[in-house]
Ligand binder design. Structure first.
Ligand SMILES: *Cc1c(COP(=O)(O)O)cnc(C)c1O
Length: 223
């Protein structure tokens, strides 16, 4: 199946999951994760009506997206991978949404760059719901304190929370935890769910799902 057919299939499944969960039609934004795939593949998705894309590396996105954004001005680009503070300037310049805010140093660097550039990407805080040592994201117990720092001290508006559940675990409890943290802290949006579990995420209240391989096929990291 090609990108167009895959996209249609994913959209149909999201719509069914929205209906099943008694959520509004189009309550969920599909973020097409295009990392490792070249611009021509991304153009196929754009031709099929897709407008929101996710990339996990600043440099890779810088190589592919300026031209794509010029061709398709209403395209929205989201950073879903870890951000180093020395890349904050580039990230603020290129991305419309940054989903991986997960420590004070990054929050401060982003606040500084946003003021300097007069550009304000929408921001999500990544939460390490499984408390995995190797994984990015704040400790779930620190969500309230980190939000206070971002909002009150740095003046950052936080649009949502994001998580990546541990591989091989039932994702449901992680999605439920993220939804609880959002509601306790008055955060509006939830970025959760990938190719293997986006329908479950929709049932738990995801407002966006990040789907890569189910749209673009398997990734070739050796390339
Ligand atoms: C790669 C990636 C995805 C998409 O993964 P698939 O399993 O291919 O859908 C989603 N979120 C993040 C943070 C990613 O890095």
């Amino acid at each position: 199946m090609g990108v167009r057919e895959n996209l249609e299939d994913v959209r149909t499944k999201i719509a069914a999951a929205e209906h099943e969960a008694e959520r509004a039609k189009d309550a969920v934004t599909l973020v097409a994760v295009s990392k490792t795939h070249e611009a021509d593949m991304i153009r196929e998705a754009i031709a099929a009506g897709q407008r929101v894309f996710g990339e996990n590396r600043v440099q890779e996105a810088q190589r592919k997206f300026p031209e794509l954004k010029q061709e398709t001005p209403d395209l929205e680009l989201r950073l879903i991978g870890p951000l180093q503070s020395n890349k904050a300037e580039d990230a603020v310049k290129l991305f419309d949404v940054i989903e991986s805010v997960d420590r004070e140093k990054i929050a401060r660097a982003l606040a500084r760059e946003m003021a300097k550039q007069g550009r304000a990407p929408r921001l999500y805080i990544q939460v390490n719901t499984g408390n995995e040592p190797q994984k990015a994201g704040i400790d779930p117990r620190e969500t309230g304190a980190f939000l206070t720092l971002c909002r009150d001290e740095l003046g950052l508006e936080i649009e949502g929370l994001m998580c990546i559940p541990p591989a091989g675990e039932n994702p449901g409890p992680h999605f439920a935890l993220l939804a609880d943290l959002a509601s306790e802290n008055s955060v509006a949006k939830l970025s959760m769910g990938m190719s293997g579990d986006y329908e479950i995420a929709v049932a738990f209240g995801a407002t966006s799902v990040r789907v890569g391989s189910a749209i673009f096929g398997a990734r070739d990291y050796a390339a």
